[in-house]
Design a protein around this ligand. Structure first.
Ligand code: GDP
Ligand code: IMO
Ligand code: MG
Length: 442
């Protein structure tokens, strides 16, 4: 029973959805286990571009069970828009299931986030503005509203909302937001109920049943964000509010760690980041602009321009360690076409101590006196986007792949040379990942 986690191994937007889409054809189940509509996952197929936020991108295949797991958070208004937009494009939502345990983003969460970012001013995180942080804060603070709560008897739901409102008013006093009114919230919940009704399920039991009864079925996890945005392992506080690393996959789906058969880290052949926070290999020069323009590096969710830089092997190695990566999907190699040389960061030189850091430090200030140490590989000029077999790639591309494998310490199983499903090259040695997983799982 192959269970493959496809997770972001940098700062998000690595092209996870593209890889999920390439694998999903062979899958039975595709699960999102954390995050919410802060995610922006793009799939390009036959000239059509689809942008997913809450919904698993496996929905493009009509016969796959697509799950939003217990660890996800849902913004009802954005969810409604996304469902309508997909339905209007002929995407079937028949196979979508939402965990009854998923948490809801309420209007006051959006207001809290706006207040926090405003107060932080120049030091703000640069969030996606979707209420993700406050929703997870209330979940952990035991003040959340779960999908299943909507279906409680009215008196029970009302008592729960009263409890929440009491605490919020104690914090925010007279400045409390107008949405902190129990009747208003009850009315909102009444509109949410029919919205979620067709989809709500005990997704944990559903997946366990499939794992037990359909031993050959491939289960895919569609990660959101990336390791450096993980609330525990990322560049805190410039992170999101969930565990984007492998632990979050299990916690947010109810699938025990022992069930995982392969963890694939998705990386760009360079690096991008949206929002604020450290980025040691950032390029604030013509090459940075070249990558941003050629790679169309604009955030799917916020429309913000992504910051660009060279591939960071320290981040890659750290990601491999924290996630136990079995393989790498290396995306956007085509974007590097035309550069005379390409750099890969292999470590950080710390001027203050004279030492080289090869592990990502917890204290962000430790990065301040660091500069990246690069190894340089030759670029290539020929168009690689029409190549359909890994073996046919120019020697310089293969050299870059080899350098990245060496510095991260994990093999590259997939190389991507364009946004479309067909622009995905499986390595000769691996063939198709699901096949390798089936072999690994015996
Ligand atoms: P995700 O959040 O990790 O799923 O990534 P996004 O969808 O936010 O951003 C990745 C972007 O790169 C999308 O616009 C993809 O269509 C695009 N993309 C993915 N792989 C490739 C590739 O190999 N080459 C090019 N040129 N674009 C790619
Ligand atoms: P996908 O799944 C890139 C970033 C935001 C901000 C920080 C916190 O498409 O890779 P949040 O709204 O989550 O509280 O914002 O995290 N961020 C992402 N960056 N890709 C994403 O998702 C992201 N989701 C959140 O820009 O810096
Ligand atoms: Mg994205």
């Amino acid at each position: 029973m192959p269970v493959v986690a496809v997770i972001g191994a940098q700062w998000g937007d690595e092209g996870k959805a593209k890889i999920i889409d390439a694998l999903a054809e062979q899958a039975r189940v595709i699960i999102r286990s954390q995050g919410g509509c802060n995610a922006g996952h793009t799939v390009v197929h036959q000239g059509q571009t689809y942008k997913f936020h809450h919904l698993p991108s496996g929905l493009l295949y009509s016969n796959k069970l697509c799950i939003m797991g217990p660890g996800t958070v849902i913004h009802p208004a954005v969810f409604a828009q996304e469902v309508d937009a997909m339905a209007s494009r002929g995407v079937s939502l028949q196979s979508l299931k939402i965990s009854e345990r998923a948490h809801l983003t309420m209007p006051y969460h959006l207001w809290q986030e706006e207040r926090q970012e405003y107060a932080l001013s120049a030091h703000k995180i640069g969030t996606t503005g979707k209420g993700i942080g406050p929703t997870y804060m209330d979940k952990v603070g035991r003040l959340g509203v779960r999908v299943c709560d909507l279906y409680e008897p009215e008196a029970i739901l009302k008592a729960q909302l009263e409890r929440i409102v009491t605490v919020k008013r104690a914090f925010y006093g007279d400045q409390a937001h107008e949405s902190l009114d129990v009747d208003h919230l009850m009315a909102l919940c009444a509109t949410y109920r029919p919205l979620f009704e067709p989809f709500v399920a005990d997704t944990v039991a559903m997946v366990q049943t499939i794992l037990c009864e359909e031993p050959d079925a491939l289960t895919l996890f569609e990660g959101a964000q990336g390791v450096m945005l993980d609330v525990d392992y990322g560049t805190y506080p410039f992170v999101t509010s969930s565990n984007t690393t492998i632990g979050g996959v299990c916690l947010g789906s109810g699938i025990p760690p022992g069930r995982l058969t392969h963890t694939m880290g998705v990386m760009k052949a360079y690096l991008t980041r949206v929002g604020n926070g450290p980025f040691p290999t950032e390029l604030k020069d013509d090459i940075g602009d070249f990558l941003a323009d050629k790679g169309h590096e604009v955030g799917t969710t916020t429309g913000r321009r992504r910051r660009c830089g060279w591939f960071d092997g320290v981040v890659g190695k750290y990601s491999a360690m924290v996630n136990g990566l079995d393989s790498i999907a290396l995306n956007k190699l085509d974007v590097l076409t035309g550069l005379s040389e390409i750099k890969v960061c292999t470590g950080y030189y710390c001027k203050a101590t004279g030492q080289t850091l090869t592990q990502f430090p917890a204290r962000l200030s430790a990065l301040e006196s660091c500069e990246p140490i690069y190894t340089t590989v030759p670029g290539w000029q020929e168009d690689i986007s029409t190549i359909r077999h890994y073996a046919d790639l120019p020697a310089q591309v293969k050299q870059l792949v080899a350098v990245i494998e060496e510095v991260v310490g994990v093999p590259v199983s997939v190389a991507s040379i364009g946004p479309d499903r067909v622009e995905t090259l499986w390595r000769d040695s691996v063939q198709a990942l699901s096949k390798a997983c089936l072999v690994a799982a015996g």
